[in-house]
Design a protein around this ligand. Structure first.
Ligand code: PLP
Length: 375
């Protein structure tokens, strides 16, 4: 697949975990026609985007997707607030910032939780999840982050879905930073609710998020509590599936871009994209190791799209960010407890091996300046 983005050195390389650098065809699509969202052109676009989203999430004829105009968090919040019944509860599997966010979302909606707080960057022990479910039948749902973007850790969505199902519970997966990059399949892994966004590893423009699930699951929400008006998944499902129109005014240009991005993703193929992301991350990590920099996680736990790196000795993140920004690279800080010592490098989006090589050269130059004394 050829990327039509000119690889000029004036390009700013985005190493933040979304929004990502997009293909020129995705950016061009943003300039599509002005449109009324209640006309057949939008109904057709909506139906195509929903279908292609479901395919990108590894769904089959049993599955469908609801598209929301909002960031990734809107999809996670819509799933949690819509799916957990009034007398149910959520087991929050928390090994980072986005696990913690499940807790905050549940709290905001008055949903009962049990929080399995494992510590950032600590792998999830499946037997602890099983034990928590066995101990509390009122926990009807499990909230899990697939790629915990705060540390770069990949949690085992398939294994934890199996455990949830063995206990008769449903799993809500925050796949915002994994769908597109990781091996993930609604049909094969059986994830009950998958929340994703357009602007990370699916390489669309910011502004759209989605929830994918079985049609039966969406239908089943008819009897569920309405904790939210705008984020009520059943409302969106009914509008998009039955009336074939959005419930509210959609971000139409972002739909144009998302369709172009989904076409590219489906043409590339889920396995090939996973391989591309994995190869690029390994290339970056090898270069960082050559520079003597430490990585946060053991290799087996690392996701394909992000690498958490220890800050070079005596370097504050702000200083590193400024120096790299002037050289054409946007690097990303770590959050909360990891912020003082770590930073993050995303390799999502239309990033090339040459981008990574130029980044490593720029970083090597800075480290060398530091070692020899600036001036
Ligand atoms: C980016 C991200 C989100 C959503 O963030 P938004 O700013 O709402 O798009 C949610 N979960 C994970 C794991 C993420 O990486």
């Amino acid at each position: 697949m050829t990327d039509t983005t000119p690889p000029g050195s004036d390009r700013v390389v985005l190493m933040n975990p979304g929004p990502v650098m997009t293909d020129a065809r995705v950016r061009a699509a943003l300039a599509g026609p002005d449109l009324c969202h209640r006309e057949p052109e939008f109904s057709d676009l909506l139906t195509r985007v929903r279908h292609k989203t479901t395919l990108a999430a590894g769904g089959d004829a049993r599955h469908t997707s609801v598209i929301l105009t909002g960031s990734g968090t809107s999809a996670v919040e819509a799933a949690v607030s819509s799916a957990v019944p009034a007398d149910g509860g959520l087991l929050v599997v928390d090994n980072g910032h986005y696990g913690e966010r499940f807790q905050h979302i549940a709290d905001a909606h008055g949903i009962r939780t049990h929080r399995l707080e494992l510590g950032w960057g600590t792998a999830v022990d499946p037997s602890a999840v099983a034990a928590a479910l066995a101990a509390d039948p009122g926990l009807t749902h499990v909230g899990l982050v697939h790629h915990e973007t705060s540390s770069g850790m990949l949690n085992d969505a398939a294994a934890l879905t199996r455990i949830a199902h063995e206990h008769g519970r449903e799993l809500i997966l925050d796949a915002v930073s994994s769908v597109g990059a990781e091996r993930l399949s609604l049909a094969e892994d059986g994830v009950d609710w998958l929340a994703g966004s357009a602007n990370k590893c699916l390489e669309g423009a910011p502004g759209l998020a989605f929830v994918s699930a079985s049609r039966a699951a969406f239908e089943g929400l008819a009897a569920a509590p309405r904790r939210s008006y705008y984020l009520d998944l059943h409302r969106h499902y009914t509008a998009q599936e039955k009336a074939v129109a959005p419930a509210f005014t959609p971000g139409i240009p972002a739909y144009y871009a998302f369709e172009a991005a989904l076409d590219l993703a489906l043409a590339e193929g889920r396995e090939a994209r996973h391989a591309r992301y994995t190869a690029l991350a390994l290339h970056l990590r090898a270069g960082l190791a050559d520079l003597g920099l430490d990585l946060l996680l053991p290799p087996a736990h690392r996701a394909a799209a992000l690498t958490a790196v220890r800050l070079p000795r005596d370097t504050a993140f702000g200083e590193l960010h400024r120096a790299l920004r002037t050289r054409g690279f946007v690097v990303y800080g770590a959050q909360e407890q990891l912020a003082p010592d770590w930073f993050r490098l995303s390799t999502m989006g239309r990033m090339t091996t040459e981008d990574v090589d130029r980044f490593l050269a720029a970083l090597a130059g800075l480290l060398h300046d530091d070692r020899t004394g600036r001036g």
